[in-house]
Ligand binder design. Sequence first.
Ligand code: NAP
Length: 289
Amino acid sequence: MQEKLGFIGLGIMGLPMALNLRRAGFTVAVYNRTRERAQALKDAGAFVCQSPKEVAEKTDIIFTCVSDTPDVNEVLFGKDGVAAGAKKGSVVVDMSTISPESTKRFAANLKMAGVDMLDAPVSGGETGAIAGTLSIMVGGKEEVFNRVLPYFQKMGKNIVLVGDNGAGQVAKACNQVVIAVTIEAVGEALMLAEKCGVDGRKVREALLGGFAGSKVLEVHGNRMLNDDYKPGFKAKLHRKDMGIVLDTAKNLQLPLPAATLVTLHMDEIIKQGGGELDSSAIFKALRKN
Ligand code: NAP
């Protein structure tokens, strides 16, 4: 019997992810707080629900992709939340990027109601979400992972069960450290080129073929050179992720000096009203200093 799928949170990421599930032929019920965002799913044949609770009542596997830890808490356990409607034996798959510690708590709370949970944050941005080529980092039990894998495969390519609940979010925190620090490194390199009077475009082109080559140099480097910071990944969301990184490290008394420095540059950009810009806009902060 084919399982019925639910999807809650149709933002930059959630909308194309849910569309990929629907276009693969699955029965999909969706909810988005701002109703208009659900129109594309309705047009594609998905059922639009009035609440997360209704999504849970109508489906077996409920995906969530909302902004931050308190938002996942609200969607799962708030008034008319998923927990109020979920059937025993159903699965919640949270694809948002949130705190690993809170994730463990959410999973334990759901388990008491007979509902399994996977944390399954993603990397690959809007382009990866549209193309169905996301990296998906999963935390949870292997049998639950295997049950959800066919659906993950419609949204992503590199799908790894990292460990138990929370481990997927830890992997995502590690991912965000690498991306943030690399954005800073690319920004500093392009600034050095500029100050030396050398064409940054040529420097980027030369570096892309060697060990310094990376997706960040390719994509974010291009944004910096074009001074075009249309998101992509909003600076305020990347800052939210760095908060998760630094809180997790602080609890372990682990200093992360490079991650701390980039976070300060993100704060600067956000203070200047750039929270909605792509996070590569920290290049603006670097240039000013
Ligand atoms: P986004 O475009 O800002 O969308 C956020 C979504 O969450 C919207 O559907 C929003 O509903 C919903 N939402 C937020 N708070 C809510 C609440 N309290 N109750 C109900 N719905 C709520 O963000 P996004 O870029 O899709 O990111 C979603 C998640 O994926 C985040 O955790 C982000 O860190 C992660 N992520 C993003 C990227 C990326 O490149 N964008 C890449 C990897 C991971 P409304 O429409 O009503 O506001």
